[in-house]
Design a protein around this ligand. Structure first.
Ligand code: GLU
Length: 432
């Protein structure tokens, strides 16, 4: 229960909107954990406020010769546990509120898997599908040069996120390096292996999703080769999660991308779907041997495991009651809104929260940063072994905490992460 001193701050959950703001969704979970931990007012305020929010204009000379100006963001939520870490997304609707929420999620995510980083996130408001490769390069380089004071291997380390990839990271690394007059590989992770990237980084998020899914299946005594899976989103995270579950003998009954959902009750041949999408301009449109369904229908299929790996706010109070999966492993950040949490809990759905389920990416980012700084590179086998161990340990830890306090895995994740960051902050103290 909250004590007198703290309760004033917890009584402002804001209006319950149908479409929730990602920041408000994050704050609702944060408030719950803060209450349980009896976090004092000052600490609550500290951890609720990002340490830095930067908005820049990113002018780009388009291929047509005209200038177009984009808006770029970087939010550092905190750097208590170490330099801040988090991806950069390119999307037409990215905004400061979303980036703030995603930055805070990175703080809790790093704490959950015991990676010594704080949390950050960045973005550029643009439609990457409408930009040529040269325009994307100029945009990335100008965004990076506007962020030279923010980024740094001991300060703030970006990584890929929605619509950014190894090539984007290579441009960031090169722009930063040119400006500091030395090759600084550790300034960014998710790079191509030729430029100091880590083996297994590209697959890491999906691999981590599968590690915790197996741990969750085990708790429900379901064998992986006897389970059915539906995966929303067929980007890096969704396709790798689907592929690894398929290789373990699971029946992946549905997959989807922005072109829609594809359902086959006998199971989809995932390697064939990956091939098809690659050949078809990264789209599953027209994928044969499957029935067309909508993304909304996919979420409501009867299956053992649902992996939402597309974007935020997919399962809200509107559809939470219709979810038939026994386990939800959140491949995306924030696919379940705070309002949906209680409905899923009441219906006995086990939710493996994003800040645990998709933490495999940042875990191997940490390995990449370590390797770059050491100048010594690991085999893929070593990367995967260490990744599996860290994800498994984090799952076991949170599972135990959730049983001990009779709370959900998500609540346990927030309680563990916030407690860890708050304790570290107390030890460091406030610099005056
Ligand atoms: N963008 C990824 C995430 O949301 C990876 C971040 C990183 O590796 O720094 O977790």
């Amino acid at each position: 229960m909250p004590n007198q001193k703290t309760s004033a701050y917890y009584k402002e959950p804001g209006p319950k909107l149908d479409r929730e703001s990602p920041f408000e969704s994050m704050m609702e979970r944060f408030r719950f954990a803060a209450e349980l931990l009896e976090l004092d007012e000052g600490m609550f305020q500290y951890l609720a406020s990002p340490v830095k929010q930067v908005i820049v204009s990113v002018p780009v000379i388009m291929d047509s010769g005209e200038i177009e100006v984009f808006e770029g963001y970087r939010v550092i939520h905190d750097n208590v546990l170490g330099p801040s870490k988090g991806g950069i997304r390119y999307a037409p609707d990215v905004n400061i509120d979303e980036v703030k929420a995603l930055a805070a999620w990175m703080t809790w995510k790093c704490a959950v898997v015991n990676v010594p980083f704080g949390g950050a996130k960045g973005g550029v408001r643009c439609n990457p599908k409408e930009l040529s490769r040269m325009e994307l390069e100029r945009l990335t380089r100008r965004y990076t040069s506007n962020m030279l004071e923010v980024f740094g291997p001991d300060r703030d380390i970006p990584a890929p996120d929605m619509n950014t990839n190894e090539q984007t990271m290579a441009w960031i690394m090169d722009t930063y390096s040119m400006n500091v007059h030395r090759t600084e590989t550790a300034v960014v992770t998710g790079k191509p292996t030729l430029l100091g990237g880590s083996q297994g980084r590209k697959e890491a998020t999906g691999r981590g999703v599968v590690t915790v899914t197996l741990a969750a299946l085990n708790k429900l005594a379901i064998l992986p080769n006897k389970c059915t899976v539906a995966v929303q989103g067929f980007g890096n995270v969704g396709s790798i999660s689907a592929k690894l579950m398929y290789e373990l003998g699971a029946k992946v009954i549905a997959v989807s991308d922005i072109s829609g959902g594809y359902y086959n009750e006998n199971g989809i041949d995932i390697p064939a779907a990956i091939q098809y999408s690659k050949r078809n301009n990264n789209s599953l449109e027209g994928f044969p041997e499957a029935e067309s369904i909508s993304n909304a229908e996919l979420l409501q299929l009867k299956c053992d495991v649902l992996i939402p790996a597309a974007k935020e706010d997919q399962i809200s109070k509107q559809n939470a009651d219709n979810i038939q999966a026994r386990i939800i492993a959140e491949g995306a950040n924030g696919p379940v809104t705070a309002n949906a949490d209680t409905i899923l809990e009441d219906n006995g759905v086990m939710v493996v929260p994003d800040i645990l389920a998709n933490a495999g990416g940042v875990t191997v980012s940490y390995f990449e940063w370590v390797q770059d700084r050491q100048g010594y590179f690991w085999t893929e086998e070593r990367v995967n072994r260490r990744l599996n161990r860290m994800m498994r340990d984090a799952f076991d830890n949170l599972f135990q905490l959730s049983e001990q306090h009779n709370i959900t895995l998500r609540q346990a994740a927030y309680v563990y992460a916030i407690d860890k960051v708050a304790k570290t902050l107390k030890m460091r103290g406030i610099y005056a």
